[in-house]
Design a protein around this ligand. Structure first.
Ligand SMILES: [Zn+2]
Ligand SMILES: [Zn+2]
Length: 238
């Protein structure tokens, strides 16, 4: 069956549709042109940093200035070039299958964030956005990641009862004010956060305001601690 499907639908690059050896992967060209984060990165947000990784945690200026409520954070790629195109296609291009391609990239970035009692939780979106997009891109990412790592996953542990404005054009303070209290534990399923090491998953981290609100909701529900993982990190240089 698999080989019959392979003849009908030969594997294609998820970015440019060039032929590839495996499904849900990038071709060599697109792989080289996607800014994956390697080497030393901020221990709180995954922003690439200059210098060598000597094993001790380093922090970027934005995280030093902010009071991050989570413990550790990582991102798979810098939000630029081909990474930006992939995220936009996942978010607005009706291509949820890109989450499956992203799962191994997320898994690699998440290595320092995983412990035996990790519970994967996606960033929630407001129901009106879900209605328009048909799926929550962060929930697709979280589900694919949980599947390949074989880790517990609660897709609706958090909810977003308040419809917030889009963050485009807002400065950092406005973004944090906009997100304040926007995310809560689910009235029933939120109880599953208690005592767990929560790994929050989102498609993009910019200021960290969404992760901040979601982390505080997890801690209010009794989570032991929270780590955060973004598919792409917006850096000042990008
Ligand atoms: Zn390609
Ligand atoms: Zn940082």
């Amino acid at each position: 069956m698999q080989s019959a499907l392979g003849v009908l639908y030969p594997p294609q690059c998820v970015s440019c549709a060039a032929p590839t050896d495996t499904d849900f992967a990038l071709c060599g060209n697109c792989w080289r042109e996607t800014p994956f984060i390697e080497g030393l990165a901020c221990d709180l947000c995954g922003d690439p940093l200059p210098g060598e990784d000597d094993g001790s945690p380093s922090h970027c200026d934005a995280c030093l200035a902010a009071n991050r409520p989570w413990q550790k954070g990582r991102a798979a790629m810098v939000y630029d070039g081909n990474a930006r195109r992939l995220v936009l296609a996942l978010k607005h291009g009706d291509r949820p299958e890109l989450a499956r391609a992203a799962a191994p990239w997320l898994a690699r970035a998440a290595t320092p964030l995983i412990c035996p009692d990790t519970l994967i939780v996606p960033m929630p979106i407001h129901w009106s956005r879900l209605l328009r997009r048909r799926y929550n891109q962060s929930a697709e990412l979280a589900r694919s990641l949980a599947r390949i790592l074989d880790i517990d996953h609660v897709p609706d542990a958090l909810v977003r009862p308040k419809r917030t404005r889009a963050h485009d054009g807002m400065d950092i303070d406005a973004r944090f004010a906009n997100m304040h209290g926007a995310i809560s534990p689910h009235p029933k399923r939120g109880a599953q956060l208690a005592g767990r090491s929560v790994l929050l998953v989102d498609d993009v981290m910019t200021s960290g305001a969404s992760f901040d609100a979601a982390t505080r909701a997890c801690l209010a529900a009794g989570a032991d601690h929270v780590n955060v993982l973004a598919l792409a990190r917006v850096t000042r240089d990008a």
